[in-house]
Design a protein around this ligand. Sequence first.
Ligand code: SF4
Length: 200
Amino acid sequence: MIGAARTSLAIGDKAIAAKCAKHGTQLDLRPTITEFNRSFINNRIEDEHLVRRIFSQCKMANEYSCFSIYEGMFFRCSVAPFARERLRMAGIEFPGPEVDGIQIHGNPHLGAEIEARVKSKEPLKACSYCLGSSGPMVAHRQVNRQAGKAWLEEDNRADIAFARRNLRRQAVDRWLHGPVTILLLPAFFALTTTPSPGRS
Ligand code: SF4
């Protein structure tokens, strides 16, 4: 089976469906994706606690298991391998991908190291410049040279503030829908709706 998200495919839906039918493949076409989370940014996130919260809720590193392999190294997400290159374009110095990668070749402890990395609660070095999946949604678009330059010079402090609020909202939401709250709610309502002796 093939699951496909529509973005800007050069081939139409019908043509894809026909090809899949010809080869006995089930096709699951998803709605058009027009927005992505703003993740990698130009401003360093100075608040270590916020970096940890962003990482702990990062869908790429956790829910989606969006692991990647680049230059002979394994990475917990698909953003970290390109952190230095992306920041270099913005004139910001950052260490090479090896700070977040695990060497694959000739590594006798590869399995154990990968297992430890995918279970780790420690943010990657790249997380200090990344909002993961907590940043604002932005419409994807092609940019010309001028818009690309503006993107590299963008001040992302407002996006960091957005991620902070977003994480707070998510935490409240999890608390409201968490098992303890659900168990306690009936008791809470019983207490607040019990008629007082003098009013029955
Ligand atoms: S760099 Fe960190 S926050 Fe960004 S996608 Fe990777 S794990 Fe998530």
